[in-house]
Design a binder for this molecule. Structure first.
Ligand SMILES: [Zn+2]
Length: 1018
């Protein structure tokens, strides 16, 4: 080094001390035999977190954080123009799309050239970098498809790499479904459990072949790289304007010339990383959150490093991308360790398990899930009516739902004003889709006149606040001569029989089905507590208090055809027709002063309550003779306030409980039972701020529990995290099963990890897992399953028991960046109180091996609820003058029980996007874990199928092409191929037969060209 400096000094003296232009040589690529340092310039741009997505984009609200994504893209693009060797990856299409639509035609041509030449590469390519714990797989597919279709349309490109660098734990579904099935060659991320990382650093197992699907086995493999530390550069190589890393100073006329010193730093950081990485390729993440707002500041330094490091020659540095890195790893012909299951839960510290966000903002999580089901239905109706260039559509809802899958959105880890922004976007999208749903139902239910155009005059209303029993059309007092028409749409591919409930103002009502037969209906009195909640939340939501008070829920059973609707009318019963009215439920209140057992349930399922304690005691199914001790309780954890030796508090991300407190009423527990011909309800007030209603429907063999929790009191100075426990005597041997994004079930063992010997520091928080579909436990004879209506955290801390966390309110920040407490309130005229959350879970006990039928079918029905639309009609002639029932598929057809249509959508270009999902894993159920067939002709009656093209999951490339390009990695210890098992997949679709085969857990995506489109009803 000293010698070099002397030579330079000599040169300066001889040349008369001139500082000159230096042409940095940035042309380097991979050099065999050397340690190759892939410099990957990137910016991690959260689609909302401390600021809203639009504030981040335009650089508004910079007092919160100086972040402007427009600056990032502008300056990166001009830096790429300056040197064709420079590269950059861009990830979040929500931002790129905002930028792109404001560019000039000439700029667009130049940027397209950057993409074609590989200087600018889109990776991941969804609208956002989605959360992996609390998002449903259908939402993940939809948001990725939206981004991939943009990239395909504007640039003709298909992303090759999964880039989930920031999400807080990683799911199996991410690896195989949102990875391998998209045609990705690799997947990269940063956050795994700190204990897991330590072992992987030691064993050089940060890079693995992840085989995340048991059913799809070796065909689901993807090369997966976990970064050695985080997604930022090694220390000392961070170059935003205000970052503190020393720049390379190579002007001999200035003080502090440091070229050799910096080259040495570079080489030693590279050699350190090489020690924990297999092959002679390492990746440096050159960027982090919202960096490259002045891109030249980074590129200038990287140009110099590449130039001087390669002159030095000990290691080889160059501009790269994760795709180039992946190809280099593949070419190295190395064998890689196999990884199965997933990377949950995530802890970055002994007391910091990021398992609180599985439940954070439960009302928002519920809203996201409800709208996801609504979006599924709305797209189907948009297709049946025919997508038109004008009028309402589902695009705004699609965009809003895509953005809220971000890892600081549905996760609940954003600031309060950002949560409000997400909710606003969803509600704007909903209102637009609601118009579309109403007009489609009006169109489809209108009878065809003998000639000419249909006039769709019916104005359907829907009731988004039905969950708080607010529904103006059904509450309207029906004057004599008027009737209420209820049209019920079913987005699933099989016929459904379910009970619907609508609020009504008086008991003089009867219900008719579509053939004008009076059907059984039941009235359930609305309690004062319920009406109080209704009036508060209607006021908070709409700004006014409704004047009318409904008196009852009207419940009746409906039958709805697959992908179709049926219609019912509610009539005001004439006083004289007393025997034709709906049945008012009998109401019995136990004050707990008797030793009696109260039996509830009109059908096969009975729940037995002890009147004395006012509690559930026993579960009994008279059909399959399953009987079990079954108890339920509520408790809360007091959130750690971070004032002990370890300042880690419980917060939006982290769950760190202090104590467990069982919730008990101070008064004598009362139990109110309502009984009737349709369902029985058990109402329990657990304490002042927790209540629940348990419903047993006559025709169903599960119990539905609707909980209402809040406002959670925090005036005692402690945050609280509210849980419920379902307890049986089952011997479950520490084992329980939770779903991955609502799809595969993964085996969990308490205080145990498959990949390393777990040091247990947090025996509660460290055993929590994300739940989107459900959780179950089993012993030698039975299995207990609990399904949920939104993402929650859950566990089994005691054998035979299932625990769900339903709500959280915390008063300390958990120091992970959000800088706010998770303290949600709702305000009416500037008076605020803690948010009350209402939601549902469902439970059932089956003989061992029989639970999955219910979990899969009911799970699908919970995530795609029936859509209700209302119209008022003069007289009672609807069924004669309209189409009372409709099915979008062949009337003789229904999908097999093990298959769901998860997408049916007409794209802008007129093609139809169809996704079919097998709902069972291999070996999960003796009848349903089999190859299944779907007849496309019967899915599209009255239409001619011109062409069926099978594609990748995001419909951005033909499946066959994708398979051909698939890299075949070598796996350690399995003869190179991974776990030995036969991969079963459906065969190619024969264009003559048009039958789709689906193997267990397979999702197949098709683009279909149809003729005679828009034929419905015409
Ligand atoms: Zn992030």
């Amino acid at each position: 080094m000293a010698l070099l400096f002397l030579l330079l000094l000599l040169a300066v003296l001889l040349l008369g001390a001139q500082s000159e232009y230096i042409a940095y040589n940035t042309t380097a690529g991979i050099v065999p035999g050397k340690l190759n340092v892939h410099l990957v310039p990137h910016s991690h741009d959260d689609v909302g977190w401390l600021k809203t997505v639009d504030q981040y984009y335009v650089g508004a609200n910079n007092s919160i954080r100086g972040a402007c994504v427009q600056n990032v893209i502008d300056s990166v693009i001009s830096s790429l123009f300056e040197d064709k060797n420079r590269k950059f990856i861009y990830v979040e299409i929500a931002f790129f799309q905002r930028w792109w639509r404001q560019q000039s035609p000439s700029m667009k041509i130049k940027v397209k050239h950057l993409v074609t030449s590989g200087q600018l590469e889109f990776i991941n390519g969804g609208m956002c970098m989605h959360d992996e714990a609390t998002a449903h797989y259908i939402d993940l597919i939809d948001q990725t498809t939206l981004g991939h279709q943009f990239i395909l349309k504007e640039f003709g490109q298909t992303p090759r790499v999964g880039w989930q660098i920031d999400p807080f734990g990683h799911s199996a579904v991410q690896a195989y479904l949102l990875g391998a099935e998209l045609g990705f060659d690799s997947l990269f991320f940063a956050r795994i459990d700190y204990q897991d990382r330590a072992v992987r650093l030691r064993d050089k197992t940060l890079e693995v072949i992840w085989q995340a699907s048991k059913s799809l086995a070796s065909s689901s493999q993807i090369f997966t790289g976990v970064f050695p530390r985080h997604y930022d550069p090694p220390d000392g190589f961070v170059y935003e304007i205000n970052d503190v890393s020393p720049p390379i100073q190579d002007d001999i006329l200035l003080f502090d010339y440091n070229v050799q010193e910096r080259v040495n730093d570079f080489v030693s950081a590279a050699l350190a990383q090489a020690k924990v990485t297999r092959t002679n390729h390492i990746m440096w993440l050159m960027g982090t959150d919202f960096r490259y707002q002045y891109a030249n500041s980074w590129f200038r330094q990287m140009d110099k490093f590449i130039h001087y490091v390669n002159q030095d020659g000990r290691v080889n540095a160059f501009y790269s991308t994760p795709s180039i890195y992946t190809d280099a790893k593949y070419a190295a012909d190395e064998q890689w360790p196999l990884k199965t299951d997933d990377f949950f839960p995530y802890a970055d510290h002994p007391n910091a398990y990021w398992t609180g966000y599985f439940t954070s903002r439960p009302a928002f999580k519920g809203y996201v899930r409800f709208l996801s089901g609504y979006y599924l239905a709305a797209r189907q109706l948009e297709f049946f009516k025919g997508r038109s260039g004008s009028g309402a559509n589902t695009d705004a809802l699609a965009n809003a739902l895509a953005i809220v899958q971000h890892h600081d959105a549905v996760s609940g880890t954003q600031r309060q004003h950002v949560a409000a922004d997400y909710a606003l976007r969803l509600s704007v999208g909903y209102l637009e889709a609601e118009k579309l749903v109403s007009s489609s139902l009006a169109y489809l239910s209108e009878s065809e006149p003998s000639s000419g155009q249909k006039c769709t005059s019916t104005k359907f209303e829907q009731c988004p606040l039905l969950n708080v029993s607010y529904c103006p059309p059904s509450e309207a007092v029906l004057s004599d001569g008027k009737s209420l028409v209820v049209v019920i749409y079913n987005p699933l591919g099989w016929k459904r029989e379910e009970v619907i409930r609508i609020p009504v103002s008086n008991e003089r009502v009867t219900v008719q089905d579509s053939s004008r037969r009076i059907i059984e209906a039941q009235l359930l009195p609305l309690s004062n507590a319920r009406l109080k909640l209704r009036s508060y939340y209607v006021r908070a939501h709409l700004g006014n208090t409704p004047r009318e008070l409904p008196k009852y829920w009207l419940a009746f059973s409906v039958t709805v055809p697959p992908l179709g609707f049926s219609s019912y009318t509610v009539l005001s019963a004439k006083q004289t027709d007393i025997d034709r009215r709906s049945t008012v439920s009998t109401v019995y209140t136990s004050k707990g002063n008797t030793n009696k057992t109260i039996e509830v349930g009109q059908g096969n399922l009975k729940l037995l309550y002890s009147a004395n304690e006012g509690k559930l005691a026993r579960y009994l199914n008279s059909r399959n003779m399953v009987t079990a001790v079954a108890e339920q309780s509520y408790s809360y954890y007091t959130g750690n306030d971070g004032t002990d030796k370890d300042p880690q508090a419980s917060g939006a991300y982290v769950f760190r409980p202090n104590d467990t407190v069982v919730i008990k009423s101070e008064e004598k527990v009362s139990l109110t039972v309502m009984r009737g011909p349709i369902l029985d309800e058990v109402h329990q007030q657990i304490n002042q701020w927790v209540s629940q209603v348990t419903r047993l429907y006559k025709g169903k063999e599960h119990a539905e529990v609707e909980f209402t929790i809040g406002p959670i009191p925090v005036d005692d100075g402690t945050g609280k995290e509210i849980t419920t426990q379902l307890t049986t005597a089952m011997k479950t041997n520490k084992t329980f099963y939770t779903d991955s994004n609502g799809r595969d079930f993964i085996k969990r063992v308490r205080d145990f990890r498959t990949d390393w010997h777990l040091q247990v520091n947090q025996p509660i928080a460290g055993n929590y897992y994300p739940i989107n579909l459900g959780i179950y436990v089993q012993d030698s004879s039975t299995e207990l399953s609990v399904l949920v209506d939104r993402a929650v955290g859950g566990t089994s801390l005691v054998d035979g028991q299932v625990e769900l966390m339903l709500h959280r309110r915390l008063i300390h920040d958990d120091i992970r960046g959000v800088g706010e407490t998770l303290n949600e309130t709702v305000c009416v005229s500037d008076m605020c109180e803690g948010l009350t959350v209402q939601g549902k879970f469902y439970l059932r006990i089956d003989p061992l091996g029989e639970g999955s039928k219910w979990r899969r079918t009911a799970g699908q029905e919970i995530s795609a609820p029936l859509i209700l639309a209302f119209a008022e009609e003069e007289g009672n002639d609807w069924m004669n003058s309209h189409v009372p029932t409709f099915s979008g598929i062949d009337p003789s057809y229904a999908l097999p029980d093990n298959v769901a249509v998860i997408t049916l959508q007409e794209l802008e270009n007129g093609k139809v996007l169809l996704r079919l999902a097998h709902l069972y894993e291999s070996g999960e159920d003796k009848d349903h874990s089999v190859l299944s067939n779907v007849e496309l002709r019967k899915l599209f009656p009255r239409k001619k199928i011109i062409k069926v093209t099978e594609t990748s999951l995001s419909a951005n490339q033909e499946r066959g092409e994708m398979e051909k390009r698939k890299l075949d990695w070598k796996v350690e210890g399995f003869g190179g191929a991974g776990i030995e098992s036969k991969v079963v997949r459906g065969g190619a679709v024969d264009p003559a037969k048009l039958v789709v085969e689906l193997a267990p857990m397979e999702i197949r995506t098709f683009l279909i060209d149809l003729d005679y489109l828009h034929m419905y009803g015409s």
